[in-house]
Design a binder for this molecule. Structure first.
Ligand code: NAI
Length: 698
C-alpha cells in the first residue's frame, strides 16, 4: 500500500501523505517523501513542491506503532527527511490541511513556506509524553514564531489554531479547504522567488525589552512550579535556549543530546506507559472490536447535587443536551446556580467566552417531571447513596425510559447488580462512576455488572472519549477498583499515626513522593463523615478487618474537615491551607496511650512504602479476581482519579520499575509489624507471579 501519493499538476509536484489513521511519519512515509522530493527536483517541469495530508490530517507526528522498533530509527530518519526538504533548491510548501502535530509540524518547519486551512491545529506535544521535539522543532519553531511563543508552545505541548499561527508568523496564509486553487495560487506566487526562506538561516527573536538571561530564568522558574517532578519541561527550556545562544547546527546537536537524555528517563517511560495504557483500556474482554456503540443524542441526569451538577457540566461541555431531574424546585435552582457560577469562573480566567457560557447553560434543561427522561438515550442517576432510593428510581426509570436507553448509576459503593435487578432490562444497566469534581476529574470508572450488554459497555467507552475522560472498566466489588484500593491506603495512613507519625509528616512524605495531595489533607477536603459511616458498617459486617480508631475520634469531636473549618488540620475562614492544630496533637497522644502504643520515629521511606505498596498488593488482588482486566488499567485509575504522580506511571508500573523483589522484601518487613495488619501483607499470588516474570502478566 502506498503511504504517499505523487502527482504533478502543471508545474507543481504534489506529495500527499496517506498513512492512516493519522499520517504517522513511519519509515515508509519518510522513504516515500524523500523519493518523491528527488523525483520532483529531477523533473525540469516542476517549479514548486507541495506537501500535504489526507482528509483532515496533515500528520499526527511519529508513527506510534513504530515505537521501540528498529523501523523508528531506520534511514531516512525524520531529521534526514527534513534536512532534504529544507535544502531543496526548489520551493517546498507545507499545505497544512488539519491536524499537524509533533514530527508533522517539524516537517512543515523544514519546508520553505507553510499555509493552512482555517480548522488546522498545530503543536509540539512531545512534552506530554516526557520528551521534547527531537527533529529540529525546538530550533526552528522559535525562529518561526519568536522565542517567547515557541517556548510556551514547546514547554506546554499545547496546540494553536490557524489564526493564532498566522498572527505569530508560523504560517504565511490561511487557505480555504473547499478547493485546491488557493494552494496552487500560492505555489505559483512563490515558484520563482529566491532566495528560499529557510528557518535555519533566521535568528530566533527575543521579545522586545527582555534579555535572554531574564527570559530563560523566568521560564525555568515557571516550569519548575508546574512540572510535578517531570524533567521534560525544563529540558524544553534548555533546548530552546540553544536556539538563541548557539549556531543552528550546534543547537540541533544540543536538542539531540537532551532528547536522548529524556527518552531514557524513567519519567518519560512512565508517561509513555500511560499513553499506551489509555489505548489498551479501550479493549475490553467480551466486547468484540467494532461493536457499534448505541447512538447518544440526549442524556438525562437524575439528581442535581454535587455529582449530578458536575456530570451535567461535563456532558454539556461536549455539546450534549442534558435534561436534569430533581425532586424539588429549590434543588433544581441550586444546581443551575452552581453550574452557572462554575462556568462563569472559567470565563473569568479567560478559558470560555460569555457566549460559550450561555450556550452551555442552554444545553441544560432542568425539570421536575420524571417523564421528561423518555427522550434520553442515556440516563445517569446521581441521587442519594441509598440502595432503596436508587432501586426505586430504577424501577421508575424502567417504566418510562425508551427502549434501548442506557440506565447508568453513579453509585460509589452500592452493588450495581442489585440496582439492575430493580429493572426488567438489566442488560441496559451499567455503573458510570465519576469522580468529584466531575467536570474536572478525568477518570470515569465504567462498572460492568453481570448482565451489562457489550454494546452498552462500548457506548460508555465512547462516551468517556467524547467528554474527554479516561474510561476504565471495573467489575462489581466493594469500592470498585479505585476506592477498594484506597481503603488499604487509608488504613495504613491511620496505622502510621497510631505508631508515631504525624498527619503532617505523612502528608509531606507522600507529596514529596509526588501525590497531588497528602492523605490527611485529602480527608479534610473530601469530608470525613462518609468514611466514618462506612467504617461503622464495616465494624459490624467485617469484624475481622482491623482499623485504627483515631479517625473516628477526630470525627466524634465534630471535626469533619474543611466544611466544618477543622479536621485533621484547622482552617482559617476563606482559606484552604491546612494549619497544624494542638487539639489534634493532644488527641493523638491520648489515643496512643489508650491503645498502649509507644510512638516511634518513622521515616519517609516506611510511610511511602506502606501506603503505596498497600495500593499495589490490593491492586494485584483486584487483578486476580478479574475486577480489573490489566495492571495498566489500575494505573490509569490512580493517575486520573487519585492524583498519583504522572512521573511514576501509576502504582503498578511504579512497583515494576522499583523492582518487585524490593517491593516484596519491604512487604515482608511490614508483615513483621504486629500493628499494621500483618495478614494484609501476604503477597497476592499475581504479585508473586509478576516478581518471577519481572513484569505484570496481565
Ligand atoms: P448530593 O447530596 O450532593 O446530591 C444528591 C442530589 O440528589 C440532591 O440534590 C437531592 O435533592 C437529589 N435527589 C435525592 N433523591 C432524589 C430522587 N429520588 N429524585 C431526584 N433527585 C433526588 O450527593 P452527591 O455527592 O452528588 O452524590 C450523588 C451520588 O454520587 C451518590 O450515589 C454518591 O455515592 C455518588 N458519588 C459521589 C461522589 C462524591 O465525591 N460526592 C463521588 C462519586 C460518586
Amino acid at each position: 500500500m502506498s503511504t504517499t501519493w505523487y502527482e504533478v499538476r502543471g508545474n507543481v509536484a504534489l506529495l500527499q501523505l496517506d498513512n492512516p489513521p493519522v499520517n504517522g511519519m513511519s519509515h515508509a512515509v519518510r522513504r516515500a517523501l524523500v523519493d518523491g522530493l528527488e523525483r520532483a527536483l529531477d523533473d525540469p517541469a516542476v517549479a514548486a513542491i507541495v506537501i500535504t495530508g489526507t482528509d483532515r490530517v496533515f500528520s499526527g507526528g511519529a508513527d506510534i506503532r513504530e515505537f521501540n522498533t528498529p523501523a523508528m530509527l531506520a534511514e531516512p530518519n525524520l531529521l534526514q527527511a527534513i534536512a532534504a526538504v529544507e535544502s531543496a533548491p526548489k520551493p517546498v510548501i507545507a499545505a497544512i490541511n488539519g491536524v499537524c502535530m509533533g514530527g508533522g509540524l517539524e516537517l512543515s518547519l523544514g519546508c520553505h513556506y507553510r499555509i493552512a486551512t482555517p480548522d488546522a491545529t498545530m503543536g509540539l506535544p512531545e512534552v506530554k509524553i516526557g520528551l521534547l521535539p527531537g527533529a529540529g522543532g525546538t530550533q526552528r519553531l522559535p525562529r518561526a514564531v519568536g522565542v517567547a511563543k515557541g517556548l510556551q508552545m514547546i514547554a506546554s505541548g499545547d496546540a494553536i489554531r490557524a489564526e493564532d499561527a498566522l498572527a505569530s508568523g508560523l504560517i504565511e496564509r490561511i487557505v480555504e479547504r473547499t478547493s485546491f486553487d488557493g494552494v496552487m495560487r500560492f505555489a505559483q506566487e512563490v515558484a520563482a522567488r529566491r532566495p528560499l526562506p529557510r528557518l535555519r538561516d533566521k535568528p530566533a527573536a527575543l521579545p522586545a525589552g527582555i534579555d535572554a538571561a531574564t527570559l530563560f530564568a523566568q521560564a525555568r522558574a515557571q516550569v519548575a512550579q508546574q512540572s510535578r517532578g517531570l524533567p521534560a519541561p525544563g529540558k524544553c527550556v534548555d533546548a530552546v535556549e540553544g536556539a538563541v545562544r548557539l549556531p543552528f547546527d550546534d543547537g540541533m546537536a544540543n536538542e539531540r543530546r537532551l532528547f536522548i537524555e529524556l527518552i531514557q528517563s524513567p519519567e518519560s517511560k512512565a508517561l509513555r506507559h500511560s499513553l499506551f495504557a489509555e489505548r489498551a483500556a479501550g479493549k475490553v474482554a467480551g466486547v468484540p472490536e467494532g461493536t457499534a456503540p448505541r447512538p447518544l443524542r440526549a442524556v438525562a441526569v437524575l439528581g442535581f447535587g454535587t455529582m449530578g451538577g458536575g456530570i451535567a457540566m461535563s456532558l454539556a461541555n461536549a455539546g450534549l443536551p442534558v435534561t436534569v431531574f430533581e425532586k424539588d424546585q429549590a434543588a433544581l435552582d441550586r444546581g443551575m446556580a452552581a453550574c452557572r457560577a462554575n462556568w462563569e469562573a472559567t470565563a473569568r480566567k479567560g478559558r470560555l467566552s460569555a457566549e460559550q457560557v450561555q450556550q452551555r447553560l442552554a444545553l441544560l434543561k432542568p425539570t421536575l417531571d420524571f417523564n421528561a427522561v423518555v427522550e434520553a438515550d442515556l440516563v445517569i442517576e446521581a441521587v442519594y447513596e441509598d440502595l432503596a432510593v436508587k432501586q426505586d428510581v430504577f424501577k421508575r426509570l424502567d417504566a418510562v425510559a425508551k427502549r434501548g436507553a442506557i440506565l447508568a448509576t453513579n453509585t460509589s459503593t452500592l452493588d450495581v447488580n442489585r440496582i439492575a435487578d430493580a429493572t426488567t432490562r438489566p442488560r441496559d444497566v451499567i455503573g458510570l462512576h465519576f469522580f468529584s469534581p466531575a467536570n474536572v476529574m478525568r477518570l470515569l470508572e465504567i462498572v460492568r455488572a453481570d448482565r451489562t450488554a457489550p454494546d452498552v459497555l462500548a457506548t460508555a467507552l465512547a462516551l468517556a472519549k467524547r467528554i474527554g475522560k479516561v474510561g476504565v472498566v471495573s467489575g462489581v466489588c466493594d469500592g470498585f477498583i479505585g476506592n477498594r484500593m484506597l481503603e488499604q491506603y487509608v488504613r495504613q495512613s491511620l496505622f502510621l499515626v497510631d505508631e508515631g507519625a504525624s498527619p503532617a509528616q505523612i502528608d509531606a512524605a507522600l507529596t514529596r513522593f509526588g501525590m497531588a495531595m497528602g492523605p490527611f489533607a485529602m480527608y479534610d477536603l473530601a469530608g470525613m463523615d462518609i468514611g466514618y459511616a462506612i467504617r461503622q458498617r464495616r465494624y459490624v459486617d467485617k469484624p475481622q478487618v482491623t482499623y485504627s480508631k483515631i479517625a473516628d475520634k477526630v470525627v466524634e469531636l465534630g471535626r469533619l474537615g474543611q466544611k466544618t473549618g477543622k479536621g485533621w488540620y484547622r482552617y482559617e475562614p476563606g482559606n484552604r491551607s491546612p494549619l497544624p492544630d494542638p487539639e489534634i496533637d493532644a488527641l493523638i497522644d491520648a489515643h496512643r496511650k489508650a491503645i498502649g502504643v509507644a510512638p516511634r520515629a518513622i521515616d519517609d521511606a516506611e510511610i511511602v512504602g506502606r501506603c503505596i505498596w498497600a495500593l499495589v498488593n490490593e491492586g494485584a488482588r483486584i487483578l486476580e479476581e478479574g475486577i480489573a482486566q490489566r495492571a495498566s488499567d489500575i494505573d490509569l485509575v490512580y493517575l486520573h482519579g487519585y492524583g498519583f504522580p504522572p512521573a511514576r506511571g501509576g502504582p503498578m508500573f511504579h512497583a515494576q520499575h522499583v523492582r518487585f523483589d524490593e517491593v516484596l522484601a519491604e512487604m515482608k518487613r511490614y508483615a513483621a509489624n504486629p500493628h499494621g495488619d500483618p495478614g494484609f501483607w501476604t503477597p497476592a499470588a499475581l504479585l508473586l507471579e509478576a516478581a518471577n516474570a519481572g513484569r505484570w502478566q496481565r
